[in-house]
Design a protein. Structure first.
Length: 571
């Protein structure tokens, strides 16, 4: 089996050998990635290449579309009826023959090629006599799935995307998620629901609304087949905004026997291509902290619809993370679905009571959909060192989990990498992942696992008013109501936990300090937030004065010795 790093390095060297000086570095990916896909398709088709060409010529004049006959004969869902492929092209009549080769692909591949938008790039290669040089380089590598399996191919695409993204100052995290994070995510989503995935004749669906190159979908499917049920029929669905990564994902689905028509192009928020469909499982890593201003008009319009995906509220336009979660919740099966999503810290606590973010959290928690949140180590991602969290959301909790949320602090579950990859300096080992899964499945409290009732995260935001007073310090009364006028400059707010009686709290915590204050209960707002750090905070006793003094004396002694050494060298 070929090593993904060796192939990635080979392809990377092709960029230097062929593209340097002709294309800017940030354009390398636009040229190279389509040729990687074409070469992999060619390798799959090679054994039946001549047969497809022969059948096409035999039937093209007799029937309108010979595609079904060709696909049936060669046993594949796609084909190329041209006499050419990358290994059969020569420098002679290259422009004409290369176009003939591209045109020979079946319709389901044509869309993939079109979204790579290769025309201008190929013209530039031809004009500068680089096209055949590039093709000849790709002839040297065998990308057949028997040589480079789907998992390895995914790693190759991701490694190339990471490098291309770094050169173009893009965020590679928008394209894919590190494998160690994905493996933990899918294990959390599927391990709690084994009984649903076991048995004969089962068909289950997995959906990713930000599917990128499809790595998360593929790893999810493979995890179920390897750990739960090798005979289950897993059907993959996805939507992707970026045309390039969409094409990679679609080609991979085609090659591995999945239905490529289940993968859709466009924004999941404003161009939902899977309206009305529901899924058994949903997994995704939406882009962190990305603005949705370009889609604001559509999203806010749908938010006005009581039946719309965003009716409960919308987050601030600078971060659309919670919109993706609402989108997935709208696609939950009534019989039960499970969702796993990677977020940064913002969705946990951003927004006060009454804000869009708080209302979304309130909606999720009060419906008893939030099952668990796992705090991950920092420096796990390629494009950012920030702390991240996995949310597990389901509308079918097991009996012992009902009404409760499990929080797992996995911030120390990592090893340092020998060599950093961008911002990624840490990774989660297989044994650490297994330990976290066991902690999750055990559903017991420990140093790293806390379990709270749903209402623990809620609070009532109460408005505290104080009277306007005159120079003598007496309350100024309203002439009509005869009640004290409110001094707006002294208005304050208290957050009262839902488990605490508001009146009791006011009498014990506010009244002794502000005897003339009162509550305006008409302005009460219920809010929800999750303060992860607070729940796992461990008090560290302050060092004694003696310890500090000892250290200072030692430091002074060391510095004196250093000063003496410097003086000796100068003499």
């Amino acid at each position: 089996m070929a090593n993904h790093q060796e192939i990635s390095s080979f392809i990377w060297n092709v960029c230097d050998d062929v593209l340097r000086g002709l294309f800017k570095q940030h354009e390398y990916g636009d040229v190279i990635l389509p040729f990687v896909v074409l070469r992999r398709l060619d390798c799959v088709l090679e054994p039946q290449k001549d047969k497809a060409h022969e059948l096409y010529n035999q039937y093209i004049g007799q029937i309108e579309d010979p595609s079904p006959i060709i696909q049936n004969h060669i046993g594949l869902d796609f084909f190329n009826h041209s006499q050419y492929d990358l290994s059969r092209l020569t420098p002679n009549s290259l422009k004409l023959n290369f176009q003939n080769y591209l045109n020979g692909y079946s319709k389901n591949v044509h869309e993939i090629i079109e979204n790579f938008q290769m025309d201008k790039l190929v013209d530039k290669l031809l004009k500068n006599n680089r096209l055949y040089l590039l093709i000849s380089k790709f002839k040297e590598i065998d990308l057949h799935p028997n040589v480079v399996n789907n998992h390895t191919m995914g790693q190759i695409f991701e490694e190339l995307l990471r490098k291309f993204s770094e050169m173009s100052n893009e965020t590679s995290g928008e394209h894919y998620t590190p494998r160690d994070v994905v493996k933990l995510l899918v294990a959390l989503v599927f391990s709690e629901n084994k009984e649903d995935l076991e048995g004969e004749g089962k068909i289950r669906s997995i959906f990713d609304p930000c599917c990128g190159t499809g790595g998360m979908l593929t790893i999810g499917k493979d995890w179920i087949l390897e750990n739960i049920n090798p005979d289950i029929d897993i059907r993959l669905f996805g939507q992707e905004l970026n045309p390039q990564t969409y094409s990679i994902c679609k080609s991979d689905m085609l090659i591995t026997g999945q239905n490529p028509s289940n993968i859709h192009l466009g924004s999941s928020l404003s161009e939902d291509q899977l309206q009305g469909k529901t899924f058994d499982y949903m997994i995704t890593n939406p882009p962190f902290g990305v603005s949705w201003k370009s889609e604001q008009e559509f999203v806010e319009s749908e938010a006005q619809n009581p039946q719309g995906r965003f009716a409960v509220g919308t987050p601030r336009s600078s971060d659309g993370s919670l919109l993706f979660l609402q989108h997935m919740i709208s696609k939950m099966e009534s019989k039960g679905s499970r969702i796993g999503v990677v977020f940064n810290g913002s969705p946990l606590f951003t927004g006060d009571a009454g804000s869009g973010e708080s209302e979304i959290r309130k909606w999720i928690i009060e419906n008893d959909w939030l099952e668990a949140i796992i705090a991950l180590p920092d420096q796990l991602f390629f494009n950012t060192g920030i702390s991240t969290y996995i949310w597990i959301v389901t509308n079918k909790k097991k009996k012992d989990r009902k009404g409760k949320v499990q929080l797992i602090n996995a911030t120390d579950f990592s090893h340092t990498m020998k060599k950093s990859l961008g911002s990624k300096r840490k990774y989660i080992t297989d044994s650490q992942r297994d330990e976290l899964i066991q902690t999750y499945l055990a559903f017991k409290e420990s140093d790293v696992s806390k379990i709270y009732p749903n209402e623990f995260f809620g609070f009532t935001k109460v408005t505290i008013e104080q009277p306007l007073v005159d120079e003598a310090g007496n309350p100024v009364l309203d002439k009509k109501t005869k009640l004290p006028k409110v001094d707006g400059s002294l208005r304050d707010f208290e957050r009262v936990p839902l488990s605490t009686d508001v009146d009791t709290y006011f009498e014990s915590e506010v009244k002794p300090h502000l005897p003339t204050a009162w509550m305006d209960r008409s302005k009460d707002k219920i809010g929800y937030e999750i303060n992860f750090t607070k729940y796992f905070y461990k008090y560290k006793p302050l060092r004694s004065l003696k310890e500090i003094t000892t250290d200072l004396i030692k430091l002074e002694e060391e510095s004196d010795g250093l000063f003496q050494l410097i003086m000796e060298k100068q003499q």
